[in-house]
Write a protein that binds this ligand. Structure first.
Ligand code: SAM
Length: 235
């Protein structure tokens, strides 16, 4: 792991939901498999980065491992990073149960991972970058850029707010009001924490950060005023 100066942001301190707790890790995995279509998300990711059998892929913030496991079926090797040891242990166990032996796991993140000369064909990350304030997002994105081969692909999905929304009070109260009852209190609490304590930014800020980090945004998709997906190429 990288030696960093005293003034560096400590990415190992969990903000928002605490993914260090074992119970939270199990809850997260259960919740995500209930409310998300993991197979469909993984296929979209794989198609967008045009994953090839000889590719080496880095996933940053792998959580409980679903996406690294899916991608590993279609490429040479995946290296999965997470700052939560609990998440990594859970993901490792799951990868073993699904007989995947081409995934490496490492306890590191955007700011602390040391590639030691490795260069990846693609880097993917979803629902992770909002854990860093904007200044550190740019440092993180520049790190990602430096780990990619020339022309390498970068897939980024995260909560990004639309700057077109004029009245965030009514926007968020509408979202909470329209939440399907099956989503339950847990999701409402998580969203509340996200808006209040985490560092999701605006669409124009995120686009600027990605470009300043040395990428071309090839495709961008915005959904429901708060979710964004970018396919980028290193220039
Ligand atoms: C909301 S979960 C997303 C997990 C997974 N990517 C998914 O889509 O389900 C956020 C994950 O990012 C990890 N994380 C938070 N900050 C990080 C950082 N700076 N670098 C790498 N991972 C980080 C957390 O430990 C957690 O596992």
């Amino acid at each position: 792991m990288k030696e960093l100066p005293e003034w560096y942001y400590d990415e190992f301190i969990q903000i928002g939901t605490d993914y260090a707790s074992e119970e939270e890790v199990r809850n997260y995995d259960r919740k995500m498999r209930t409310i998300r279509d993991i197979a469909d998300e993984a296929e979209t990711m794989r198609k967008l980065i045009d994953l090839q059998p000889e590719d080496n892929v880095l996933e940053i913030g792998c959580g409980t491992g679903e996406f690294s496991i899916e991608l590993s079926r279609y490429c040479k090797k995946v290296l999965a990073l997470d700052i939560s040891q609990g998440m990594l242990e859970f993901a490792m166990k799951k990868a073993g149960e699904r007989n995947r032996d081409n995934i490496g796991f490492e306890n590191a993140g955007f700011l602390t991972f040391e590639p030691n000369g490795k260069e990846f064909d693609a880097v993917v990350t979803q629902l992770v970058l909002h854990h860093l304030p904007d200044f550190w997002k740019l440092i993180a994105l520049r790190n990602v850029n430096s780990m990619l081969k020339d022309g390498g692909k970068f897939y980024l999905k995260d909560v990004v707010f639309s700057s077109g929304i004029q009245d965030f009070d009514s926007y968020f109260s509408q979202i909470f009001k329209n939440m399907p009852p099956e989503a339950g209190d847990e999701i409402v609490n998580e969203m509340t924490l996200h808006i209040k304590d985490e560092f999701s930014t605006f669409d124009w800020v995120m686009e600027g950060l990605i470009e300043k980090a040395g990428f071309i945004i090839e495709k961008s998709y915005y959904q429901d005023g708060f979710m964004a997906t970018y396919l980028c190429t290193k220039i």
